[in-house]
Design a protein around this ligand. Structure first.
Ligand code: NAI
Ligand code: MG
Length: 398
């Protein structure tokens, strides 16, 4: 029996392709694992009315580690129309299986590193003094609270009377919204709890300590969103004072941060934020290091040791049917490296990252995004590498 057992969750569209290539690379790098495939995604919604079947949850519960490609989500009405006719009368409502996975297993820590690969043509550049061109090196680790906040799902349109009455007891609600008819009111809550706020802040500081980052930045908006952002920042101050004096604590507002990150991205180290702002700021930094073809992520629960590793991109359905797949597998492969770190195979992860770095700096093999082409089916004829060719180039370096 192999040393590790991994649940692979290909999902939909390009998720299937990039996951397959990532596993080739893991094999070539000497990672000893057995893979069991878990059903997830659109097909299972259409045929079973559940994009995340219980058998898949059981598999992850048993083996603890999931390597996930991407899924397709569609709006409620469209989802209903594609449901098998015999299931349409059952009152089923589609919801995203990846959000479902996070909630089911309480994968509250989401970690998204954004690190420059030297020679990546997609690296952010800026104009320096005397019109010089500068390419700042980005090395940012974003910790996003993954289960609470604006994505917690506690929301209503035309809220029930208990909720509406409770809201009316808040002077700001009665003053600012009291005149609106209840059926015209929609509410999405932003709930933070101390337990999970503390967990994400500690994860950020511990990472900073372990990898010698000089600062942790809380990226929220405490001056306006006083209760939730305010609680997070205050708690970060307490944790830093008690346990991490060697690391500086910075505080930025999400809006200003999105402006600053193109000005001085090299100044930031570890960033910690709630669910929505963490999602925004991680996409912002990912844009500086190559975008969706490079953006990777880990999400895990430190108590249970369950972790799911996935690229940030989705299923890119328009590319899924090309006869030769053109998408960049690096985001998926980097996510697999995060899985290797998680299961204590840092050496193998290091070797794969080094192989990617060599391919990128050499510049001979580039997928269409790196070659700055628009993503058409004929890009490979025009000199871009296919998904498989990029994976092979990485394997050659290994
Ligand atoms: P997407 O990330 O699938 O694709 C957007 C565009 O980014 C693509 O058209 C392509 O130009 C580029 N792109 C994505 N991955 C790339 C790669 N590996 N290499 C090179 N270029 C790449 O986002 P989109 O089009 O908004 O959503 C498509 C479907 O994916 C939707 O059904 C959406 O709900 C779902 N989705 C799923 C996610 C997940 O599984 N975690 C995350 C985001 C979207
Ligand atoms: Mg996102």
């Amino acid at each position: 029996m192999a040393k590790h057992k991994i649940v692979c969750l290909p999902g939909d569209g390009i998720g299937k392709v990039v996951l397959k290539e990532a596993i080739h690379i893991l094999d070539a790098a000497g990672f000893e694992a057995d893979y069991v495939e878990g059903d997830i995604g659109w097909e299972f919604w259409c045929t079973e009315g559940n994009p995340l079947p219980q058998r898949t949850l059981d598999l992850i519960e048993e083996h603890k580690i999931g390597l996930f490609g991407a899924i397709t989500s569609k709006p409620k009405d469209e989802a209903f129309e594609e449901l098998a006719p015999e299931l349409q009368k059952k009152g089923l409502v589609y919801s995203s299986p990846i959000v479902g996975l996070r909630q089911h297993f309480g994968l509250d820590i989401c970690f998204r590193p954004c690190r420059t690969y030297t020679g990546n043509p997609l690296n952010f550049i800026r104009r320096g003094t005397n019109d010089t061109i500068e390419e700042p090196e980005v090395d940012v680790a974003i910790f996003r609270q993954n289960t609470e906040g604006l994505y917690g799902g506690v929301e209503w349109s035309n809220p029930p009377s208990q909720v509406y009455d409770a809201l009316m007891t808040h002077p700001k609600f009665s003053q600012n919204f009291g005149d609106a008819p209840v059926e015209e009111v929609s509410v999405s809550t932003r709930i933070f709890t101390k337990k999970y706020t503390e967990r994400i802040i500690r994860a950020a500081f511990e990472h900073a300590k372990k990898y010698n980052y000089k600062s942790v930045t809380v990226c929220e908006k405490p001056n306006v969103i006083r209760e939730t952002s305010g609680m997070m920042y205050k708690m970060a101050q307490q944790i830093q004072t008690a346990d991490f004096h060697g690391i500086e604590l910075w505080n930025t507002n999400i809006d200003a941060q999105m402006m600053w990150l193109t000005k001085n991205p090299e100044n930031y180290g570890v960033i910690v934020a709630g669910n929505m702002f963490g999602d925004i700021v991680s996409d912002g930094f990912a844009g500086l290091i190559g975008g969706l073809g490079f953006a990777c992520s880990a999400q895990y629960n430190p108590e249970t040791g369950i972790g799911v590793f996935e690229p940030t991109h989705g299923s890119a359905p328009k590319y899924a049917d090309y006869p030769v797949s053109i998408v960049n597998p690096i985001a998926m492969v980097e996510s697999a490296c995060m899985m290797l770190d998680f299961v204590d195979e840092q050496n193998i992860a290091g070797n794969i990252r080094k192989a990617i770095a060599e391919v990128v700096v050499e510049g001979k093999v580039q997928t269409y995004d790196m070659a700055k082409m628009s993503g058409r089916a004929d890009v490979v004829e025009k000199g871009a590498a296919s998904t498989a060719q990029m994976a092979d180039a990485i394997i050659d370096k290994l």
